[in-house]
Design a protein around this ligand. Structure first.
Ligand SMILES: Nc1ncnc2c1ncn2[C@@H]1O[C@H](COP(=O)(O)OP(=O)(O)OP(=O)(O)O)[C@@H](O)[C@H]1O
Ligand SMILES: [Mg+2]
Length: 512
């Protein structure tokens, strides 16, 4: 690079006990560039960003910002040097308002520093939010927002800090396509004013759309930096996974035996209304629809997490008691929820123990958990989901985001459910591991289990499903058979208007 690099990594190495997360990482990023950081789960992307933003310290090596060697004691000094980071796992305080969260650690003061200037904070927060999603009120407690909106708040926070380097660690993992469009527009504005963006995502289409160059990492090492305008997606993926990925065809194991029968089901707490369908043994049923259409809410209703107002659910022709989750669990219904954080992870306990949590009873004899049984099952299942590194005694907290997700999938396999409800099963999972999870879902179907998959990624719904229910405004808008599946058909039914392709994010959020 001719001019001074905005950011230059020079031989960064980071070791954790038993793991070398980064080895001799060197590359440069230019001012105003949108630079992708690519690699499989556990490749070291988040670790590099954490070092850059003062959250962690490198073991050796240096990095330079605008030609000057940088050394940050803590995130605050990185922020003062103009580096903002949007973390993979949002670090917000649920009970504080949007504005308070945005000014966390550097609140605006008045009366000589005696009082927090709430008004001014809210005014500036609103200004930053107006650029992305004006429907978010700065005075709302963070806990009342949806995941997507909380992510928007984080991005607005970086805008507010007027950072010159903004690192985004999987910022769109829970955004809708139209929210991604507004983010892409914001990133464009940012870079036009000279801001450098580092973008981490497993969504290759997005990466190719908004990034100019990308650095590919594998096992903590840089494989290479490529110009994304000049390489094919398949080649970049091959660099990431170290082999060619085969595109596999859909396989169906659906039988005619009805496993689950839902009739006129309505929710007491959400917009889900009058839903009727059947799920067969060995079938993979996809659920598509816009964010807020009621997909997650439908799964919660089936799992007994949300109470029903009316209707019936029958499993193997026996009616479920709809009073709570117990009867659903006893009938073999398992829910893999959308948000793994709420999932009751015990961060410092081994991944094997975390995996076994909900099914401990199965492992317990005379009240004692049989550790060897836990280990054996954990080993087997964590191998099936390809946990990496394969160290089942390691605390779950130390695994990369995608690998924690794999452990939670294994958890539901351990519980031995016959009916598995997956809500966004591959969120945050890399392309290689994604196809492993598709395989796993197919394998479960071939074993005679019945599966419902909610996914916002249309190619994923199409790849996996024998049949798809499209949900709109809490109701089933269409049922599409395998041969009718296409992205276009799914979008059309989800939006509910054959002529419409544009839909504002506001509409999606209205939660009907
Ligand atoms: N605090 C820690 N202690 C020990 N090991 C860690 C710690 N943080 C990360 N690691 C390890 O460092 C490696 C890189 O992890 P990192 O989170 O950077 O991956 P990633 O590329 O961001 O993956 P993902 O796509 O899943 O988010 C992994 O093997 C992970 O287990
Ligand atoms: Mg990560």
């Amino acid at each position: 690079m001719a001019s001074t690099a905005r950011l230059k990594f020079d031989g960064i190495t980071k070791t954790f006990p038993g793991v070398k997360a980064l080895t001799d990482v060197s590359f440069e990023i230019a001012p105003g560039e949108v630079h992708a950081l690519l690699g499989e789960n556990g490749a070291g992307k988040s670790t590099l960003l954490r070092i850059m933003s003062g959250v962690a310290r490198q073991t050796s090596g240096d990095f330079h910002v605008d030609g000057e060697i940088a050394s940050f004691r803590d995130p605050d000094s990185a922020r003062k040097a103009g580096i903002a980071m949007i973390h993979q796992e949002l670090q917000q305080v649920p009970n504080l308002t949007v504005a308070q969260n945005m000014f966390l650690g550097h609140s605006l003061r008045r009366l000589g520093g005696m009082l927090v200037d709430r008004r001014e904070q809210e005014r500036r927060a609103a200004e930053a939010l107006a650029l992305i999603d004006p429907s978010i009120d700065p005075a709302t407690p963070i806990k009342e927002l949806k995941v997507a909106q909380r992510q928007v708040v984080e991005i607005a926070r970086a805008l507010l800090e007027k950072a010159k380097i903004v690192a985004m660690d999987e910022p769109t993992s829970s955004l809708t396509p139209s929210e991604f469009e507004s983010l892409a527009a914001i990133i464009k504005k940012l870079t036009a004013s000279g801001v450098t963006v580092i973008y981490v995502s497993h969504k290759m289409d997005e990466v190719f759309r908004i990034c100019q160059r990308g650095t590919v990492m594998r096992d903590g090492k840089v494989v290479g930096t490529v110009n994304l305008r000049e390489v094919a997606q398949a080649d970049v993926i091959a660099m990431m996974v170290g082999r060619e990925l085969m595109q596999e065809e859909h396989r169906s194991y659906a039988t005619r035996a009805v496993k689950l029968q839902v009739e006129n089901l309505s929710s007491k707490v959400s917009a889900v209304r009058d839903v009727s369908f059947q799920l067969h043994k060995g079938e993979v049923l996809g659920i598509a629809g816009l964010v807020g259409a009621g997909r997650t809410e439908l799964l919660r209703l089936l799992a007994g997490v949300d109470p029903a107002a009316a209707g019936t659910i029958r499993v193997d022709d026996r009616p479920l008691n709809l009073a709570g989750p117990r009867s659903a669990i006893a009938a073999g219904i398992g829910l893999l929820p959308e948000e793994r954080k709420r999932e009751g992870i015990i961060p410092l306990r081994p991944v094997s123990m975390n995996m076994a949590l909900p099914s401990l009873k199965k492992f317990a004899r005379t009240g004692l958990v049989r550790h060897t049984a836990v280990r054996r099952t954990a080993e087997d299942l964590l191998k099936r989901v390809n946990l990496r590194p394969f160290q089942i005694d390691r605390p779950i907290k130390l695994f990369s985001g995608g690998n924690q997700q794999k452990a939670i999938i294994a958890r539901w396999l351990a519980a031995g459910s016959d009916i598995l409800l997956f809500d966004e099963p591959t969120r945050g999972i890399d392309v290689g591991a994604k196809s492993e999870i598709y395989h796993l879902i197919e394998q479960l179907a071939s074993e005679g289990r019945s599966i419902i998959v909610v996914s916002s990624e249309l190619p994923e719904v199409i790849r996996l499903s024998d049949r798809v229910l499209v949900i709109r405004n809490g109701r089933i808008a269409a049922t599409l058979e395998r041969h009718e599946l296409s992205e276009q058909a799914l979008v059309m039914h989800a939006v509910g208007d054959a002529g419409t392709t544009v839909h504002s994010s506001k509409q999606e959020h209205s939660n009907v």
